[in-house]
Design a protein around this ligand. Structure first.
Ligand code: OXD
Ligand code: MN
Length: 596
């Protein structure tokens, strides 16, 4: 055993209790140092867990290949273990805490015999921030240790911040044999504890991320009066040097990382977008009555496929050093590749399973949910506030999904309740970030469907209750970059051009620009959005921002089923919003609202 790095009795007894259960031969306390990283990396390479990439071109970068049966989050095996099923709500899998503890105990028993248990102390959020949370993850996976080192402030600093306190998340992870049948990701919100086994894939095992920062975090947020959200945080700096901060919630693999790292097009000379976070926001009400956000993470666990010089040069730059790639393809010269990185794949690729890749096979070279795990410090667009213990003040919040129809390019809500309603009812086509069928529309309220650690209706009530505390609330918007024409063509060019939409958002938040009121919210008129030097026809812009009454009526109709599923805890205000919108649409008749 390496020497314990703390004399905190609560940490020591947690570690010794779990060591007794898992029976590792060794216990390694992670201090987070460079020397430790080098030693663990060398060991991971020797054991074949990491494959070194070209160290001249990509210093500190490695490839990891997971089991082909362990490539994404497993929502079906993820449980919220509250005393009653009602507390977990109808959208979560539930298991009684006693049953879950007993099941997990039997799986963990002796699971680390012959191996090492790593003690990984970490902080989610800037060191010293009153909003940060501390966790200790015990794991038998070097891949987890090295990834947690990227994704969180890990090591001695976390124990120093904890001091003698008992207020830390207790996490236990064991790889077992990666058998999907034995895979469980169990959350115990009342005990601030997480247990995960039989997986070694990011979202299931980097316990600070989805498990603590969102599922347990959302529970703590309700208890303590704040919000833990699946949102990126960015700052838009104007040529005059004024920075406005915005958060945005899109479902997994729908472009949060790209949006958080957006590079404004030439037309926006002098404008700059700064990344505070690309996946998670913790939002607290400040003394000034505004909502302030911190990014609890310290790295990016981003989806690699589709990331290119065109879609996200800052993400590519972030992956040039000290990055762990998972399930990407390997080039003969020790570089990485994935679908969409370049138009033409390099010759001689080894695919994500480790086999020579045949481009005519119809198989993907990289897994669709292949990831990069890169330190945020590598990002050329990193905000100087990313480490600020206070966080940043939020002027606008954006919800967005991937929808071919109905939802316009951009829509501003009338008020907080209407904005929360739009977020709560948003739908999106499914992606490869979770196991299951891709391309089906599912409701993903506030992009939190897989991440809310308690009953969804109660979560919405918490959102509505927060309004009373926020004297100057951010304005709430909805975006859809993915709307298509009748012929199936994307109507909006996306990528850097999304800056034009972002500019309208911040101008609206400041009350500086007009728009068109429709029955379902405000949309820009073509003159309100800067479309100069953009290859888009007026007809396409009108189609992208069209509110079609028939489509919306169908949308609101189908919502009833969703509301029925959510049950009695759904806020009455949301039923009323739906009825109101239906009434206004009925008064309007069929077809599209006139563009002007
Ligand atoms: C993620 C996800 O990994 O949402 O961020 O799946
Ligand atoms: Mn995410």
């Amino acid at each position: 055993m390496t020497t314990a790095l703390t004399d905190n009795p609560h940490v020591l007894s947690f570690v010794s209790e779990k060591a007794k259960l898992c029976q590792p031969d060794r216990i390694h306390w992670c201090d987070g140092s460079e020397a430790e990283k080098d030693a663990l990396t060398a060991q991971a390479v020797a054991e074949g867990i990491l494959i070194p990439l070209d160290q001249e071109k990509l210093p500190g970068c490695y490839l990891h290949r997971s089991s082909p049966l362990d490539v994404a989050r497993v929502e079906g095996r993820t449980f919220i273990c509250t005393p009653t099923r009602e507390e977990a709500g109808p959208t979560n899998n539930w298991m009684a805490p006693d049953e879950a503890y007993a099941k997990m105990k039997s799986l963990y028993e002796g699971s680390m015999k012959g191996g090492t248990m790593y003690v990984v102390p970490y902080v989610m959020g800037p060191i010293g921030s009153p909003f940060s949370k501390i966790g200790v993850e015990l794991t038998d996976s070097i891949y987890v240790v090295l990834s947690m080192r990227v994704m969180a402030r890990m090591g001695q600093a976390a124990l120093n911040m904890l001091g003698q306190s008992d207020d830390f998340n207790r996490g236990l992870h064991a790889k077992l044999d990666i058998d999907p049948e034995k895979r469980y990701i169990c959350h115990f919100p009342e005990d601030n504890a997480i247990m995960s086994c039989s997986s070694n894939y990011g979202g299931n095992v980097l316990l600070g991320k989805k498990c603590l920062a969102l599922r347990i975090g959302s529970y703590l947020g309700r208890k303590e009066g704040w919000l833990a959200e699946h949102m990126l945080i960015l700052g838009v700096e104007s040529p005059e040097g004024q920075t406005t901060y915005v958060t945005a919630a899109f479902p997994s693999a729908c472009g949060k990382t790209n949006f958080a790292m957006l590079i404004p097009p030439e037309r926006f000379d002098g404008w700059k977008v700064w990344t505070v976070g690309d996946d998670i926001a913790w939002l607290h009400v400040g003394d000034d009555g505004r909502l302030w956000a911190i990014n609890p993470e310290a790295g990016y666990f981003g989806v690699a496929p589709g990331t290119s010089e065109k879609s996200n040069p800052n993400a590519l730059a972030s992956c040039q050093r000290d990055t762990i790639f998972t399930n990407v393809a390997l080039t003969p010269d020790g570089d990485v590749w994935w679908e969409g990185k370049t138009d033409v794949p390099p010759e001689g690729l080894i695919d994500w399973r480790g086999n020579a890749w045949d481009p005519s096979s119809g198989e993907k070279a990289a897994h669709p949910n292949a990831r990069f795990c890169a330190p945020m410090a590598n990002n050329p667009a990193l905000s100087s506030k990313a480490d600020d213990p206070k966080g940043v003040p939020i002027s606008a919040m954006i919800f967005g999904g991937r929808r071919e129809t109905t939802i316009p390019l951009i829509l501003q809500s009338f008020n907080w309740t209407h904005g929360a309603f739009l977020g709560a009812t948003m739908g999106s086509e499914t992606t490869a970030a979770a196991t299951g069928k891709v391309g089906i529309i599912r409701r993903d309220p506030m992009a939190m469907l897989p991440f809310c650690g308690y009953d969804m209706g109660t979560y919405f009530n918490h959102w509505l209750a927060m309004q009373d505390k926020i004297k100057s609330p951010p304005k709430i918007f909805m975006v859809n970059w993915f709307r298509k024409s009748a012929e199936g063509r994307f109507l909006w060019p996306g990528f850097g051009e999304n800056m034009r939409v972002l500019k309208w958002v911040i101008d609206r938040a400041m009350g500086k620009v007009g728009g068109r009121e429709t029955p379902v919210g405000w949309v820009p008129r073509s003159g309100d959005l800067d479309l100069s030097f953009l290859d888009i026809t007026r007809a396409d812009f009108d189609a992208a921002t069209e509110i079609n009454a028939d489509e919306w009526r169908a949308e609101l109709d189908s919502l009833q089923e969703w509301f029925d599923k959510l049950g009695d805890t759904l806020p009455a205000a949301f039923h009323a919003q739906r009825q109101l919108l239906i009434a206004v649409l009925d008064a309007m008749g069929g077809g599209a609202t006139a563009a002007s």
